[in-house]
Design a protein around this ligand. Structure first.
Ligand SMILES: Cc1ncc(COP(=O)(O)O)c(C=O)c1O
Length: 442
């Protein structure tokens, strides 16, 4: 069978039981095979780009060094954006030249570390950062290869924009001339080399449309740099952002529909939006080659640095029902993992499948909450799920991206993580203890 996307492998309840008995609950479980399949898919569909293709993994998505090792072994670079990302990458055996350094804010210490480590490219976010980097590079007398991150020209209206979250702080704007000013500054610096352009076009995307906009933005700027400064870009980085078949980001209309259905006490059924990775990839490659040809530009190397689509569907959170509680309004399942392990904005803004172990055939409209004495620790409501019993397992599916790495210790220590490699399972991050929680108290 030709695969156009990977399928999340999920544990059966018998497997979940065994894992919970062996390693405790709650537990993040990651399938190594699915990581490898996700990586292979990128190589399969993007290697057709004539300029060459480099894949990097966005370390912040899940920075467990033992997972990073799997990426390194498959020649995937590490996209890092903080000192802790760099530390995790080094623990996994990455060296500076195998790292791409992004990040809204890079302190002088970060930049100096990156220069000393010989990081392959530093993607600049602002003029201030460029000035500081130029100073440090000339002090160290080291040539540093840099990229410029262009802001994505977004007019998106989504849940985050309604909450007042705007993306224009990332990168520099091309249309207003800010990007040109930054390029001119870099091109005059003895120790900086402008080799890359970067544009991250958003997250959880299931169509190529934003990538095509990003390509237009980058290639227009490449044309400007070539004509004005005779500068040729060698690395064209389109960021991350690919969606995951089993995770669907809610649109505002979805949230409104779900809210109305809850008010009417109707089931809040939801279907994942279809997604064709192969088509997205071929649209991107086709459009990129067309634009480069149109502007008569030499082909740079295409770089992608996805996170979510490499790990999102590789991992599931196994939990246990602590209490079943019927109120006049709800059938509650209270489980041992809540918004401490499922960060509120991540979990509330995307639909994840939830599987409830059951020995009964009854299904009912169900609400699920975590264990926290905190009103927002309500995970789902209105879903039709099998009737669960105390001690049954509940599997929160496809929690590989932005879950374990954003988990916090509010009221309960963080969960352990286990890697499944064929028939073997091993702990890759031990369960946090209450002693860990107080280790920093002086
Ligand atoms: C610059 C950059 N690169 C890569 C990523 C990874 O994105 P995703 O996890 O959606 O693939 C992000 C996510 O915010 C990002 O900001």
């Amino acid at each position: 069978m030709t695969k156009t996307q990977t399928i999340s492998r999920r544990p059966t309840f018998a497997e979940a039981r065994k894992l919970l008995a062996k390693f405790g609950s709650p537990l993040f479980v990651t399938y190594k095979d699915t990581i490898q399949e996700n990586v292979d898919l990128y190589y399969k569909y993007f290697s057709s780009f004539s300029g060459g293709f480099t894949l990097a993994y966005s370390v912040k998505t899940n920075n467990n060094p033992l997972l990073l090792e799997i990426f390194r072994q498959r020649n995937v670079m590490a996209e890092v954006c903080s000192q802790s990302d760099i530390r995790a990458a080094k623990m996994a055996g990455y060296r500076g030249p195998e790292m791409v350094f992004d990040g809204l804010i890079k302190t002088d210490a970060d930049l100096l570390g990156a220069i000393k480590d010989g990081v392959s490219i530093i993607n600049l976010e602002s003029m201030g950062e460029a000035v500081r980097l130029a100073r440090l590079a000339s002090r160290e007398k080291k040539i540093v290869e840099v990229g410029i991150r262009l802001s994505f020209p977004s007019s998106r209206v989504g849940l985050k924009s309604l909450l007042g979250i705007s993306y224009d702080r990332f990168g520099v704007d091309r249309a207003s001339g800010q990007a040109a000013q930054l390029a001119e500054f870099v091109l005059c610096q003895k120790y900086l080399r402008l080799v890359g352009l970067h544009c991250h076009t958003g997250s959880n995307q299931k169509s190529s449309s934003h990538y095509l906009t990003g390509i237009n933005e980058i290639t227009s700027f490449m044309k400007y740099l070539k004509n004005r400064h005779n500068c040729e870009i060698k690395i064209l980085n389109l960021g991350g952002g690919f969606g995951v078949p089993e995770i669907t980001a809610y649109k505002i209309a979805d949230l409104a529909t779900l809210a109305i259905r809850r008010l009417l006490r109707k089931p809040t059924d939801f279907s994942h939006r279809p997604f064709n990775f192969r088509k997205m990839a071929s649209d991107i490659v086709f459009h990129l080659e067309r634009k480069l040809d149109e502007y008569r530009l030499p082909y740079p190397r295409l770089m992608l640095e996805p996170g979510r689509s490499l790990v999102g569907n590789t991992t599931h959170l196994l939990t246990t029902i602590l209490e079943v509680k019927q109120t006049p309004k709800n059938n509650w399942l209270i489980i041992d993992a809540g918004t401490n392990l499922m960060p509120v904005l991540t979990f509330y803004s995307e639909h994840h499948d939830i599987l409830v172990e059951t020995r009964s055939k009854i299904k009912q409209i169900t609400s699920i909450a975590g264990p926290l004495l905190y009103s927002s620790d309500s995970l789902v409501s209105g879903r039709v799920l099998p009737e669960g019993k105390t001690s049954d397992a509940v599997i929160i599916c496809d929690t590989g991206a932005y879950f374990a790495c954003q988990a916090n210790q509010f009221l309960y220590p963080r969960a352990a993580s286990v890697l499944i490699d064929g028939k073997n399972s091993r702990v890759i991050e031990r369960r946090e203890t209450t002693s860990d929680l107080f280790a920093r108290i002086v």
